[in-house]
Design a protein around this ligand. Structure first.
Ligand SMILES: Cc1cc2nc3c(=O)[nH]c(=O)nc-3n(C[C@H](O)[C@H](O)[C@H](O)COP(=O)(O)O)c2cc1C
Length: 164
């Protein structure tokens, strides 16, 4: 059994990076977690096979964009194709905005974080990336998150307010 079927559901984010030459790329990630309240830190893990990994190592900055349930198609597109092959921003019709403190743009979605990389460390077949949040964009405070199980299988949305 894969670990992704054992630890779930997980929120889904789009990680935006820039290449050395300044070309932006976007990748879906659900191996994702909060790390610290104040200052805010986030972490996710990325396979070294991803084009995104090269950009992360070269530029040490990223934006993390958290998706609502209505952005499932965008998550599948950005999690299926590689930025080596095509422009996923166009393919997924993503709307970007210029970041204030980092060079990769943010994506129009409920919440975006502009991050500087604090740590890149290898664990097994992935690398853990820890990012310090320099700026946050809150476009929707209350949103229904897109939740991932495995592959292209997602979970029933959890409605905010249904606390147990
Ligand atoms: C819902 C979903 C979640 C994913 N989560 C991750 C992840 O956390 N880490 C990772 O390395 N790849 C993850 N992937 C796979 C990458 O998004 C995928 O390989 C992508 O094509 C890499 O793009 P790039 O080569 O442009 O960086 C996920 C894919 C999907 C569909």
């Amino acid at each position: 059994m894969r670990i992704s079927e054992q630890i779930f559901p997980r929120m889904v984010g789009l990680i935006v990076t820039l290449s050395k030459e300044g070309k932006a790329n976007v990748m879906t990630a659900s191996f994702l977690m909060p790390v610290s309240f104040e200052p805010k830190y986030i972490a996710f893990s990325v396979s070294p096979k991803r084009y995104t990994f090269k950009n992360l190592k070269e530029r040490k900055e990223l934006t993390l964009n958290l998706l609502g349930k209505e952005m499932k198609e965008e998550a599948i597109i950005c999690g299926t194709y590689s930025g080596r092959e095509l422009d996923k921003f166009k393919k997924a019709n993503l709307i970007t905005e210029k970041s204030k403190l980092v060079s990769p743009p943010v994506i129009k979605c409920p919440i975006s974080f502009e991050c500087k990389i604090a740590e890149i460390k290898e664990y097994g077949d992935h690398f853990l990336i820890v990012g310090k949040v320099l700026k946050e964009w809150i476009r929707e405070e209350k949103f229904t998150p897109l939740l991932h199980l495995n592959g292209s299988v997602f979970m029933e949305p959890i409605k905010l307010g249904n606390k147990v």
